[in-house]
Design a binder for this molecule. Structure first.
Ligand SMILES: [Zn+2]
Length: 97
């Protein structure tokens, strides 16, 4: 990924991908959800940096009822052009696309 591509990705309107979410059901599910915690170095690094989730992403997750501290299925894709590491994490929720 080039620097231009990574800048473009940072402007994606995440809300355009979500039509609706059942916020009450999502909050209830995340309240009792205990994510699997992998102890590999990639996952430990992701957890250590989880407070760096961009505010607009954190805000969207919270409005959907998703606890941003309980992301799951973390995948690491190596170094990013910005000098950090590129991660993907999943946050399932009941709703429609
Ligand atoms: Zn891991």
């Amino acid at each position: 990924m080039t620097g231009a591509e990574s800048r473009r990705l940072s402007t994606v309107d995440l809300e355009a991908f979500v039509r609706s979410s059942d916020v009450r059901a999502t909050r209830a599910a995340y309240a009792s959800y205990v994510p699997y915690v992998c102890d590999c170095s990639y996952c430990r690094n992701f957890q250590a940096q989880s407070d760096l989730v961009p505010p607009e992403v954190r805000s969207l997750l919270e409005r959907m009822g998703i606890d941003p501290m309980k992301l799951s299925e973390v995948c690491e894709f190596g170094r990013s052009d910005g000098g950090g590491r590129l991660y993907q994490a999943e946050c399932p929720f009941p709703g429609q696309r």
